[in-house]
Design a protein around this ligand. Structure first.
Ligand SMILES: Cc1cc2nc3c(=O)[nH]c(=O)nc-3n(C[C@H](O)[C@H](O)[C@H](O)COP(=O)(O)OP(=O)(O)OC[C@H]3O[C@@H](n4cnc5c(N)ncnc54)[C@H](O)[C@@H]3O)c2cc1C
Length: 427
């Protein structure tokens, strides 16, 4: 029997991540009997608020840096790397607001101190870094590799912020509990950044594969099969991995879902041509190319659900996790309907394979939905949604499809906890 997994959502994460430093401050101030101000011109509430907001900013950024280490245990707690990056984004925006508050409320002190100009510099850098990384309008206009380069500096900006906090005169330097907490966060954030920026590529284990088959499916999709040259990657259907093609782009690794059932000797991915890297891959990839695979990652697997009745909804290339699940389908007690929505019939490259799988598995039904002919796929058009309490839904596809489908399924009475989705983007 599968165990339905519950994950830490943003509505739990934020109260905890904000509540914890607030509690530390409250305890420290409760036992502190000295003055709250550092000079006579200061207002105590401003001093405390200024430093509390700074601790919150450091906490949010420190934990954001921890998230970038892609540690499995964090992924499990949060419910997938995609969800983790969502929390990471929301955290960054909250840090931006708190940083602004910190600047507004913090009392100004007259004496010269190297921490002061450092604070101004840090403020500008963190402000620009977060704005470019997290504000949707700005990041949409920045190519991914440039966005990533700017993003990689966030750890250095965080470290400057820590130095600023340690150099300027502060109330927290007189509160051992808060001081230890700030140092702990500084250590956590800096350690995570050093690990991710410098050590990760050497320490993190990867598997070596060789491309054994290349299929160009129309102009936009590439299906690659590869075989391990050493130990194989062991994944669950629905998981993804980071793939690096050293002969084509030695720098960056890209996430792709494993589109084949778990198999020691073979791994398949299907890649849609969406940008610079995927375009050059289309042109340059050949049988025999080396591939470095890191993973598996992701919790968009059937371990998420114990429901016997499920709907799987795929939009376009979002079919890849369902290809793996359908190829691994061996449960006669389950009743699954896979809807694959594509714009045009010619885009349904895996139609024959899915039809074949449905014919050979009693519990698996498959319906291709061509939206150019039938209009958009809606919850109303899926008869299975009429028994909303007992059904689990898995969705993978473009953001517009996911959002609108989720809203419709909720309106149809399917509980939120029964709707699972995967984002094909981390930023
Ligand atoms: C969990 C997950 C599973 C995915 N599975 C598939 C799949 O099975 N098939 C498929 O075709 N696509 C999949 N994608 C999307 C795929 O990773 C991107 O389309 C690809 O990396 C685009 O790279 P590009 O340089 O060609 O395009 P760009 O134009 O540079 O990027 C397009 C978008 O892809 C994302 N992206 C680009 N590079 C990276 C990177 N190194 N790491 C993370 N995100 C990046 C960014 O959001 C970017 O905005 C998946 C993405 C995620 C997050």
């Amino acid at each position: 029997m599968r165990q339905q997994q519950r994950h830490l959502e943003s509505k739990i994460y934020f109260p905890v991540i904000i509540g914890f430093p607030l509690a530390i401050w409250a305890i420290a101030l409760f036992f502190y009997s000295g003055p709250l101000i550092l000079s006579f011109e200061e207002v105590p509430v401003q001093r405390v608020l200024g430093e509390v907001t700074a601790s919150l900013v450091l906490t949010l950024l420190g934990f954001n840096l921890l998230m970038t280490t892609r540690a499995r245990w964090i992924e499990k707690i949060v419910g997938g790397l995609d969800k983790m990056y969502l929390i990471h984004r929301q955290s960054a925006l909250l840090a931006l607001v708190l940083l602004f508050l910190h600047v507004v409320v913090s009392p100004r002190y007259p004496e010269i101190n190297p921490g002061k100009p450092l604070g101004v510099l840090t403020l500008l850098l963190i402000f620009t870094g977060i704005a470019v990384s997290a504000i949707p309008f700005l990041k949409r206009h920045l190519p991914y590799h440039k966005w990533l380069t700017i993003h990689r500096f966030m750890g250095a900006f965080f470290l400057l912020g820590v130095f600023h906090a340690l150099l300027v005169p502060t109330l927290f330097s007189k509160l051992p509990l808060v001081r230890s907490y700030i140092l702990g966060i500084a250590f956590l954030g800096t350690g995570s950044w050093v690990y991710r920026a410098l050590l990760y590529r050497w320490i993190r284990p990867h598997r070596s594969y060789r491309v054994t088959d290349v299929k160009r499916l129309g102009n936009a999709v590439l299906a690659l099969e590869m075989a391990p040259t050493g130990a194989p990657l062991l994944s669950l259907p629905g998981q993804f991995a980071f793939f690096k093609f050293p002969g084509i782009d030695p720098g960056e690794s890209h996430p792709f879902t494993i589109a084949s059932a778990p198999d020691q000797n073979r791994l398949r991915i299907a890649i849609k041509n969406l940008g610079d890297f995927t375009r050059s891959l289309q042109k340059q990839i050949k049988v025999g190319c080396t591939v470095k695979v890191e993973g598996p990652f992701g919790v968009f697997t059937q371990n998420r659900s114990s429901a016997k009745h499920q709907i799987w909804i795929a939009g376009g290339i979002g079919v890849t996790p369902f290809l793996a699940m359908a190829n691994n389908f061996d449960n006669s007690e389950m009743n699954v309907t896979l809807y694959w929505s594509v714009c045009r019939k010619e885009d349904a490259f895996f139609d024959n394979e899915l039809q074949d799988l449905a014919e050979h598995n009693a519990g698996l039904s498959y319906k291709l939905w061509v939206s150019d002919e039938n209009g958009p796929l809606t919850a109303e058009k899926m008869p299975e949604t009429r028994n909303p309490e007992k059904i689990d839904v898995f969705i993978c596809g473009p953001e517009t499809l996911r959002r609108s489908m989720k809203a419709q399924l909720l309106a149809a009475g399917i509980p939120k906890r029964n709707i699972h989705s995967e984002e094909f983007s981390f930023r």
